[in-house]
Design a protein around this ligand. Structure first.
Ligand code: Z15
Length: 829
């Protein structure tokens, strides 16, 4: 840094220094001020929720302060920025994460103690922000944390759904969906920007106009809706940088009032206007099934259009032409859900900024990159041409133009290979014509990323084979990761302190590779003992939670065996449950002497089924019916318990993961693109029982197969069995277990029949039969290892020690260097 530069930085620093004080006395005053003036409750009579609100608002002030400094600093430096577009962000709670990342946790703890409040109780008052479904949505949340912590000049864009993911309520073992009124009690973590709003157009027609000697397309919309910005500050850890997640809410537009109110039907005109808000009202709850719904398409375009307008406005604030646009802007698409952004950028540049097609095209090809999260062709998003044409007539024209040039290029390259042309075309012909959003994204994006090494292999050899042959240089992978801030520092403070103590530094919170240093101490008896103690405390916390949620008392001496994730046939919760029935049946048939050697287990399953996914809902019911039978069997006692944790979400995960001994990741090999739950368990020292799929393959590389329990067919074996159409011969143990279900041992035999049929008469697509024996072997190996607590503890320490690769810091570092071309831009303290 030059002397002059330094001088400026110092003045800058002085300017921002010391606005809000963080000593416990100042914090107390701020909390109480907010209770009195923001929450409007008397400071002499406040309950835990009001105290939470007061505290949250005081934290919010500190976030805003740093947010301003960061945004000003970015503006001054004008670096290349990353814009991360995702329709889903699964943020969970913010209080604890914020004070830890701001570095003011101890001060707040003191302040609260002096006021007579417990931080843990206040933190429990907060509900989850659940603006997403599962892995893809939590991934974007983890990546935002890493982007902020690593000082990247990044923005997130998303939708501010009024209803997040549904609440799961279990009645008589069946899942019911309830709305998630997450905004009802106010949201201190967002800043409403009434003045940051854009008009978003829908429907209407396209007209050809002659302007300045050029032919122009003018889109005359049939409906206009206003997008209003809500900013959610994302604080980095160990840095002043606080980046922005901007979520859009739909409001009626003021622009066309004269027309609708001109008819004199005032009341109906108001009611009509209000309908605009439905666009951002509700998150679609099915991950990876696309139904071609108009509202969903409206959501996608609404969010994309507002974001693109905002990005272009910000760029134009400091640039007078688009020459440098691609040097200043990178746009990342989280799956194809925001891929209309590609078309929107071209439309705005050509129709509104009057660039040539070639200029606009070159810009789009330079700025966009895309991550795919799916393994199967059915997982690819399609939009009916008619639907898109009526909602976005100009965009359909542009898509056809792109496709025309693309197919011309294909013909040049491959000749008139019509099979190939029809496979690769952006338009899918057929009874219903569809737009293949993945094809559109691959054609334009300079970079297509898979989420694990195995996933990239599948993309190259199957899902995007044709495209890989055409553009091999576009295809890469960035193995997913999770943030150690939320998944250890926030959720497992005991383990966090222990790791820091043994590494002699807390630097691993920013440089996760330092965890490797734990390997040196793995034989140390003192560490082993402390490790077990911390894990034991976490288990007891989980025991209390289970009792509060389900009324069941379980013993912390048992092995806690956990499978928590969305319910999906390919994730094979059914394999888990059938394994539990087998275990139950074995115990029932044991002599007393044999029972003494059984390792007691508490099996825990949690997860939501998409509301329309019948098989997944049956799996939830089966879990409850089996649990009821086992848990009430006096013959079994503490040897086996089966618990279903209702309404699984981010904050439930934060509590369950640190208290688990064993976790299951048993997708049929080749079906899980990556799987990020396994990484959260791994870093918390929970052992994995897993199939060789997605990211577990890379976990094996890092910690060694000897520290995990691996089972099931390998990816190539699955492919071979399916190709050969091998008649599945089911193992006898499995046939026996299915017999019990069919015979009504757990009741509801009619309702469960399709589950049994999927294995016994529908070809067992997910290969439960094939994998059952090796699954049971892996379970037996886990039992055996658990008996020897010292070995188990070492495996646990080695799991944490080897988890560094699976930090989202590593993922984001790779994206920054290899895909986005962005550099850190660190706001001075
Ligand atoms: C989703 O959560 C994932 C993939 C999808 O195609 C959709 Cl629509 C939702 C998950 C993958 O199933 C999981 O393997 C991966 O770890 C995660 O995305 C993040 O990449």
């Amino acid at each position: 840094v030059s002397g002059e530069e330094k001088g400026r930085t110092v003045r800058f620093f002085e300017m921002m220094d010391g606005f809000l004080k963080n000593d416990p006395v100042s914090l107390q005053k701020d909390i109480l001020d907010h209770v009195e003036f923001t929450v409007a409750r008397s400071r002499f009579n406040i309950d835990d929720f009001e105290a939470y609100q007061g505290m949250a608002h005081s934290v919010r002030d500190r976030l805003i302060e740093r947010w301003h400094d960061t945004q000003q600093f970015f503006k001054k430096k004008d670096p290349k920025r990353l814009y991360y577009l995702s329709l889903e962000f699964l943020m969970g709670r913010s209080l604890s994460n914020s004070i830890i990342n701001l570095g003011v946790k101890d001060q707040y703890m003191d302040a609260l103690n002096q006021l007579g409040f417990s931080f843990e109780i206040l933190a429990e008052q907060e509900g989850d922000a659940a603006l997403g479904n599962g892995g893809l949505a939590r991934l974007s949340a983890c990546q935002m944390d890493s982007l902020a912590t690593m000082d990247f000049p990044a923005w997130g864009y998303g939708l501010r759904y009024q209803y997040g993911l549904f609440r799961q309520v279990i009645l008589d073992g069946f899942q019911h969906e309830q709305p998630d009124y997450w905004l009802n009690f106010g949201n201190p973590w967002e800043i409403e920007r009434v003045h940051v709003s854009y008009a978003v157009k829908f429907y209407g027609t396209v007209e050809e106009k002659h302007l300045n000697g050029k032919n122009c397309k003018v889109w005359i919309p049939g409906e206009t809706v206003e997008a209003v910005a809500y900013d959610n500050p994302i604080p980095g850890y160990g840095t002043r940088n606080t980046i922005n997640l901007r979520l859009w809410a739909a409001k009626p537009s003021g622009q066309y009032d004269m027309e609708s109110f001109g008819t004199g039907d005032y009341i109906n005109a108001i009611i009509d206007r209000q309908k605009a808000e439905t666009i951002s009202s509700v998150l679609y709850p099915d991950d990876r099934s696309y139904q071609g719904k108009e509202l969903r398409l409206k959501q996608q375009y609404f969010f994309v259009s507002a974001s693109v307008q905002d990005i272009i406005r910000r760029f134009k604030d400091s640039h007078s032409s688009f020459d440098k646009f691609h040097e200043k802007v990178a746009l990342q698409l989280n799956d194809t859900h925001p891929s209309l952004a590609i078309v929107e950028v071209i439309r705005v540049l050509v129709d509104e900024e009057h660039l040539s097609w070639k200029e606009a095209w070159d810009i789009a090809c330079n700025i966009f990159s895309y991550t795919t999260h799916t393994v199967v062709p059915e997982g690819l998003e399609k939009i009916p041409v008619d639907l898109l044409g009526s909602l976005l007539p100009r965009h359909l024209q542009i898509i056809y133009d792109i496709n025309f040039s693309f197919t011309e290029e294909l013909k040049q390259r491959f000749g008139l290979d019509y099979d190939r042309l029809s496979r690769m075309s952006i338009i899918e012909e057929g009874a219903v014509k569809n737009i293949r959003m993945a094809n559109l994204s691959i054609v334009v994006c300079h970079n297509v990323n898979g989420v694990s090494r195995a996933h990239l292999d599948t993309l190259k050899s199957k899902v995007f084979k044709d495209f890989y042959e055409l553009w091999p240089q576009k295809f890469h992978h960035k193995t997913n990761g999770i943030t150690q801030r939320r998944w250890v520092v926030v959720s497992n403070p005991g383990l966090c302190d222990l790791i820091t103590k043994w590494l002699g530094t807390d630097a691993w919170i920013r440089e996760v590779d330092l965890l490797l240093g734990l390997r040196e101490h793995v034989e140390n008896k003192e560490l082993q003992l402390e490790w077990r103690t911390v894990r034991r405390v976490n288990k007891i916390r989980l025991v209390e939670f289970i009792e509060a949620m389900t009324g069941m008392k379980v013993s912390p001496d048992a092995m806690f065996d956990v499978q928590i994730k969305r319910i999906h046939e390919y994730k094979r919760q059914l394999l888990n449950i059938l394994g539990i029935i087998h275990r139950y049946d074995c115990i029932k048939n044991m002599k007393d002497s044999e029972r003494k050697r059984v390792v007691p287990r508490v099996c825990i399953i949690g997860g939501k089924a998409a509301p329309g996914y019948e098989m997944a809902k049956k799996i939830i019911k089966l879990c409850h019916s089996v649990g009821e039978k086992i848990n009430s069997d006096p013959d079994i006692g503490d040897l086996l318990k089966l618990i279903f944790i209702p309404d699984y979400n981010v904050s439930v995960a934060e509590l369950v993961i640190p208290g688990s001994d064993l976790s299951q990741h048993i997708s049929t090999a080749g079906h899980e693109a990556s799987g990020t739950g396994s990484m959260k368990f791994l870093i918390n020292g929970c052992l994995l029982l897993a199939t060789a799929d997605g990211s577990t393959l890379e976990i094996i590389d890092e910690i060694g197969e000897e520290n995990m329990f691996i089972c099931g067919a390998k990816i190539h074996e699955v492919a071979m069995m399916r190709e050969n159409g091998e008649a599945p011969k089911l193992p006898l143990e499995l046939v026996h277990v299915l017999r019990m279900v069919r015979d009504g041992y757990f009741g509801h035999e009619e309702y469960f029949k399709p589950l049994c049929d999927s294995i016994e008469s529908a070809g067992d697509f997910y290969l439960l039969g094939h994998d059952f024996p090796s699954y049971l072997e892996a379970q037996a190996a886990a039992d055996k290892a658990f008996v020897d607590q010292e070995t188990w503890t070492k495996m646990s320490i080695l799991s944490t020690a080897g988890s560094g690769k699976f930090s989202s810091d590593r993922t984001i570092g790779d994206y920054a260097a290899e895909t986005w071309g962005i550099e850190p831009c660190r706001c001075p303290f």
